[in-house]
Design a protein around this ligand. Structure first.
Ligand SMILES: CC(C)(COP(=O)(O)OP(=O)(O)OC[C@H]1O[C@@H](n2cnc3c(N)ncnc32)[C@H](O)[C@@H]1OP(=O)(O)O)[C@@H](O)C(=O)NCCC(=O)NCCS
Length: 279
């Protein structure tokens, strides 16, 4: 577990890097993990003369890492040292900035995953009613929600592991709004959900959209998506964005048909499995 002054130093470095690059170097998961005690998470701090100049975080469960170096201390080998600390993990390059791409590819890493951010404007609410779609009941439906998530994302490296603790941590966040977590059900229980998120600046997000395989191909995803967008519009969001794997062609198509366009890309660089040189 990190000491609280180390958490503060890392957050400070993260904000300096974000200002310099125009890109957040740690994602939500890694930011939450700073104050957590997940045994799968390791922290690597790089100090020089008492100043924090670099930080890496690896997650053994996801097999991934995130690393950053102070903008004024770059191109002196610090990034390479942190990369050795997290060896064996893929490394996220948020925004796929040219320097990070060059850093990763010159060290024998290759693009393994591409995460897209898609966005669209929101029109004022239409007043449409979505039959069979209603708010989630956390008292009785948490396990069902996790079961739908696990079945829908059984192929997904991170979302497949979304646990009760992950759910509880998000429901304890300031942004959590029970009315923005919409579900659908049949006689056997929940068939799908659309968890929307309203950011402090008012932007809306399709946070998680999942339908159980038994209900897929019936138009349920489209209906849950539309119901969540109506909710976000009704609460005042002018835009909505989402994260989706570029390889998830069905989801990308669903979002394109709903008017979303790609505005941003994150790339995971990892050792090339075809190469015997597994640095
Ligand atoms: C990517 C990052 C970690 C590199 O840290 P670093 O301390 O500069 O890394 P090193 O000194 O070990 O390696 C530098 C090498 O990376 C490449 N590189 C890094 N920045 C570059 C840039 N702006 N333009 C071109 N190449 C660059 C070059 O190959 C460089 O070697 P060179 O200086 O001999 O030409 C740092 O720029 C950073 O914190 N970026 C923001 C967070 C991020 O993108 N992390 C994901 C990394 S995949």
């Amino acid at each position: 577990m990190l000491a609280s002054d180390d958490i503060d130093r890392i957050r400070h470095l993260v904000s300096i890097v974000a200002d310099a690059d125009g890109e957040q170097p740690l994602n939500e998961d890694a930011t939450l993990a700073l104050a957590g005690d997940d045994p799968a998470v390791s922290h690597h701090l790089l100090d020089e003369a008492g100043e924090l100049i670099g930080y890496a975080q690896s997650n053994a469960r996801h097999g991934t890492a995130q690393l950053l170096v102070h903008p004024l201390r770059r191109r002196r080998g610090h990034g390479g040292r942190l990369l050795l600390d997290v060896a064996g993990h893929g490394v996220w390059a948020f925004g796929d900035l040219p320097g990070a791409r060059r850093f990763a590819t010159t060290r024998g890493l290759a693009e393994r995953r591409r995460l897209l951010v898609m966005e669209r404007p929101l029109e004022p609410p239409s007043g449409a009613v979505f039959e069979g779609v209603r708010p989630f009941d956390p008292a009785s439906e948490a396990e069902q929600l996790l079961a739908v998530n696990a079945a829908a994302f059984d192929w997904h490296p991170e979302q497949a592991h979304f646990s009760r603790a992950d759910l509880d941590a998000r429901m304890a966040e300031d942004w959590y709004d029970p009315a923005g977590l919409l579900v659908s059900a049949d006689a056997d229980g929940l068939t799908g959900f659309h968890w929307t998120k309203r950011h402090p600046d008012g932007r809306g997000e399709v946070y998680i959209l999942a339908t159980h395989p038994r209900a897929q191909g019936t138009g349920l995803g489209r209906r849950l998506l539309a119901a969540g967008l109506e909710h976000l519009a009704a609460t005042g969001s002018a835009t909505v964005h989402l994260y989706v794997e570029a390889s998830n062609a069905r989801a990308v198509e669903l979002y394109e048909r709903a008017g979303f366009a790609v505005v941003h890309r994150d790339v995971l660089y990892a050792p090339d499995p075809r190469s015997s040189d597994d640095r």
